[in-house]
Design a protein around this ligand. Structure first.
Ligand code: NAD
Ligand code: ZN
Length: 239
């Protein structure tokens, strides 16, 4: 296993970088991850809530959870990990940030080239007419919220069992295939297809640098696996 210094050198020498982030990068901003401590909401497990079935069963309960999460995110601020990634983007000729997060904290930290694989919690989409719009109000005045056409709105996110937006996915695959370095931060690497981007980048020749509090499903294959908090390791790695 290579050291932090080696990882720094790979990153400095790279002209094309792809970064893949998960819920862990926002944990230090106070946004709970799905797996691990602090993941529960009332008595529900997030993996059971973030599904089309849960929405069909009880849209109001689902919306109460999303409204609660929107409130948390609105009060949160990007952390040093988000800012380091935004800084790295400025220094690279090619940089793509692929995130599984729906919180928008990368945008708020100044990242520009962001691909949101799982959508955006601030977007609402009509289940009747399909129109999507941005709404940053928190709390929302009515749950579930309604579209102008009268249809019920749903969060503009990708739930477990749903397909990813095709154009976003294609762009993410392209970025993974052409990267010299693939930085994987705060993701357990178990949610597919997102988790498939890292082995794709590796097969295409990228060095993979992982930053995570814990060992993950991908750690053994990473060229360098750095253990610790994203908000502490990333500023060390990206100086
Ligand atoms: P995940 O599968 O990406 O797991 C979180 C990972 O982060 C774990 O491996 C954990 O060890 C690591 N981690 C925790 N704190 C960390 C820190 N401070 N620094 C570095 N690593 C840290 O995420 P999940 O929580 O299982 O969520 C699955 C899906 O749910 C996501 O892909 C996303 O779509 C959605 N989600 C989004 C948000 C968000 O937008 N902030 C939050 C929770 C879940
Ligand atoms: Zn509508």
């Amino acid at each position: 296993m290579e050291s932090l210094q080696q990882a720094r050198e790979w990153l400095e020498a790279a002209s094309a970088v792809v970064a893949l982030t998960g819920a862990g990068v926002s944990a230090e901003s106070g946004i709970p991850t799905f797996r691990g401590s602090g993941g529960l909401w009332r008595q529900y497990r997030p993996e059971d809530l973030a599904t089309p079935e849960a929405f069909a069963r009880d849209p109001k309960v689902l919306w109460e959870w999303y409204d609660w999460r929107r409130g948390l995110i609105a009060k949160a601020a990007p952390n040093a990990g988000h800012y380091s990634l935004a800084g790295l983007e400025k220094r690279k000729s090619s940089f793509v940030l692929v995130t599984q997060n729906v919180d928008g904290l990368h945008d708020r930290a100044g990242s520009r080239n962001v691909l949101k694989l799982h959508g955006d919690i601030w977007h609402l989409r009509c289940t009747t007419c399909g129109v999507e719009h941005r709404d940053e109000r928190t709390p929302l005045p009515e749950l579930p919220p309604r579209c102008d056409c009268g249809g019920m709105l749903r969060p503009g996110v990708v739930w477990f069992g749903e397909a990813l937006p095709m154009n976003v996915w294609n762009d993410a695959e392209r970025a993974a295939r052409s990267a010299d370095v693939c930085l994987v931060v705060g993701t357990s690497s178990v949610v597919y297809p997102a988790a498939g981007l890292t082995p794709l980048a590796k097969r295409a020749g990228a060095r993979v640098i992982e930053v995570n509090l814990e060992e993950t499903a991908f750690s053994a294959q990473a060229d360098c696996s750095l253990r610790g908090k994203a908000g502490e390791i990333l500023p060390e790695l990206i100086r």
